[in-house]
Design a protein around this ligand. Structure first.
Ligand SMILES: [Zn+2]
Length: 455
């Protein structure tokens, strides 16, 4: 960030995101649907690029990880086995005076109160309601974060289903299917991108915490003894990935979870945190889930989920190292990191400095004007680019304004067609970051752009 104050960036990005078509509040014409968001024409490209970058790094480039796309609706016993029915709980308190509700960790000194709640010695008699100031908070009520629904026409207990709160369980219940279908030997991973749902009591910070979101999770099955070492290796690998995506090193850090804040399944847990405009927050969780999930599914399904090592004739339940990152959160982090402002002669130039591989549009084609002699050539150039790059075309308003519009959505390169083009069949490539311009023949345009986007 060069000139913009970080605190302002969240507000500016929310407004830019809506104005330019990255993210809209869901069901906005009805007043919104409560912390759910729709990705617009630019947002869908950006998020897809983030997901593709993850899939490339986690599946395509690796010889030890395969993919899966599990169903959102699963057998309800899955969530009993996983521990979510019992443990996926937030403590919720209500003020007896003003009737406001709060999550315990959102109260003043929330971290201390949560520690006390976990060790069953929470006393709220001295805690003032953040809304009205009265010391009249109720004892906490256990609130399950899973969305409940019913399968089939009858809404009774036998028909209960849950919208999955994490994608990982589809991997565990398919452990044997994948292992047998692909003849994998340990260690190997199963990666999945998909929607998950959590009935957050206090969502917020734009798309940082929403009730419906997309996860990119990988479960790495290994020998129990190897889990601590692989946990460290995956931490390093995931940090490398975030940096490659364009998040600066000084805005990334690890945070180890204390024993009493770890999820019910984790023997070790580390977050990758990013410094958002509203503070350091979790981007990704890396967990040593031990053999917890496979053992529980064995217990609840009656189906043994084991690994047989035919070289040593051992039979055992593998351990799992999990990496779990939010696609929406990462997309937001990438936008925060890319946002930049610099003074120029028209005031301020806003630039989203995305790495080319994640920029929504790689190239914009801009005829110098709407002149009828220029437009056919410009359209011909655009047709040539479309099979090679996600690109856009803009012929309205002055060329300077159009460059600014592309800068604001992070398009790395613009191609301009002017009257000289009609004579010499050359076009101008303009670089978003340096604003430098070079001329290249139309016949060499695709290779020239490809090389610049790779740089
Ligand atoms: Zn109150």
């Amino acid at each position: 960030m060069k000139t913009a104050l970080r605190e302002d960036v969240a507000e500016k990005l929310t407004s830019l995101a809506k104005r330019r078509g990255f993210v809209f509040p869901s069901s906005e014409i009805y007043g919104g649907a409560g912390a759910t968001w729709d990705f617009g024409p630019l947002g869908v490209e950006l998020k897809r690029n983030v997901k593709d970058a993850w899939w490339r790094a986690m599946v395509q480039y690796r010889d030890d990880v395969v993919g899966l796309d599990g169903a959102i609706l699963m057998h309800p016993r899955v969530w009993e086995a996983s521990g979510h029915v019992e443990n996926f709980i937030d403590p919720l308190v209500e003020c007896r005076n003003c009737r406001h509700r709060f999550r315990v960790d959102d109260l003043p000194k929330g971290d201390e109160l949560m520690d006390a709640w976990r060790s069953k010695r929470l006393d709220l008699s001295d805690t003032a309601c953040p809304n009205c100031g009265e010391r009249k908070l109720t004892d906490p009520r256990r609130f399950n974060l899973m969305f409940k629904t019913f399968v089939g026409p009858v809404e009774d207990e036998a028909a209960v289903a849950w919208l999955r709160p994490e994608t990982a369980q589809a991997v565990y219940v398919n452990f044997e299917n994948v292992q047998q279908a692909t003849r994998r030997r340990l260690p190997f991973g199963i990666a999945q991108i998909g929607k998950a749902f959590r009935n957050e009591i206090t969502p917020g910070n734009f798309i940082f915490r929403s009730r419906e979101f997309e996860q990119m999770e990988m479960q790495y099955f290994c020998r129990p003894d190897d889990a601590p070492r692989l946990f460290e290796e995956w931490k390093a690998e995931r940090m490398r990935w975030h940096r490659e995506l364009g998040l600066p090193a000084e805005r990334l850090r690890f945070r180890e979870h204390a024993e009493n804040e770890r999820a019910h399944y984790a023997a070790a847990a580390t977050d990758v945190e990013f410094e958002f405009p509203f503070g350091w927050k979790e981007l990704e969780g890396i967990h040593n889930r031990t053999d917890y999930d496979l053992r529980r599914h064995t217990e609840y399904s009656g189906k043994k989920l084991e690994y047989f090592d035919d070289t040593t004739s051992e039979r055992f339940v593998p351990y799992v190292v999990e990496t779990a990152v939010g696609a929406d959160r990462t997309t937001y982090a990438v936008m925060c990191a890319a946002y930049d402002e610099e003074p120029d002669k028209e005031g301020i130039r806003v630039v989203l400095r995305f790495r080319p591989q994640i920029a929504p549009y790689k190239v914009a084609v801009l005829p110098l004007s709407k002149n009828e002699r220029l437009v056919p050539t410009a359209r011909e150039v655009w047709a040539q680019l479309r099979p090679n790059f996600i690109s856009t075309y803009d012929e309205t308003q002055a060329i300077g304004r159009r460059y600014r519009r592309q800068d604001e959505i992070g398009t790395p390169l613009c191609v301009t067609i002017d009257f000289e083009t009609l004579e010499d069949r050359q076009v101008t490539i303009r670089d978003r970051d340096s604003m430098a311009q070079i001329r290249v023949p139309i016949v060499e345009l695709v290779p020239a752009l490809t090389e610049k986007l790779r740089a």
